[in-house]
Design a protein around this ligand. Structure first.
Ligand code: HEC
Length: 113
């Protein structure tokens, strides 16, 4: 019993290690991918201009792990906002990791369009 439990724990640890390594993002790659985000997650008052003005959450400077979780939740449908679901659905795990690395590393005051 003891052996099988530790075997399972080892397998889980190996799996999570592999998953983490697979989705390591870089902010440089993330910056390239923000073109599809800046229209809505721009910085001036954090509002969208189209199709109507409404507030958009500030994602610059958020913790990368939080951003990854949020994007995965839109992708899976756990979060239901239609525009974000559509966008997240088109993102790969690598895109999500890169975008999270970028947005997580940029402070709102220095973010540029
Ligand atoms: C069409 C406008 C639009 C575009 C384009 C867009 N977003 Fe969003 N985003 C929103 C809105 C509106 C919300 C708030 C949705 C809600 O209430 O769940 C949101 C929410 C989010 C959240 C959750 C924030 C939080 O605090 O929970 C993240 C993360 C996010 N967007 C990232 C992105 C990324 C990365 C891109 C580019 C790949 C992107 N968005 C493109 C409009 C947009």
């Amino acid at each position: 019993m003891r052996v099988s439990v530790s075997a399972v724990l080892f397998a889980l640890a190996a799996l999570s290690g592999a998953a983490a390594a697979q989705v390591t993002g870089t902010s440089a790659a993330g910056l390239e991918k923000t073109r599809m985000c800046i229209g809505c997650h721009g910085i001036s008052g954090w509002r969208t201009a189209y199709p109507e003005i409404y507030s958009v959450p500030m994602i610059y400077g958020q913790h990368p792990a939080y951003l990854i979780k949020a994007l995965q939740a839109y992708k899976s449908g756990e979060r239901s906002h239609p525009s974000m679901r559509g966008i997240a659905a088109s993102l790969s795990e690598q895109d999500i990791a890169d975008l999270a690395a970028y947005y997580g590393a940029v402070a709102p005051t220095v973010a540029k369009k």
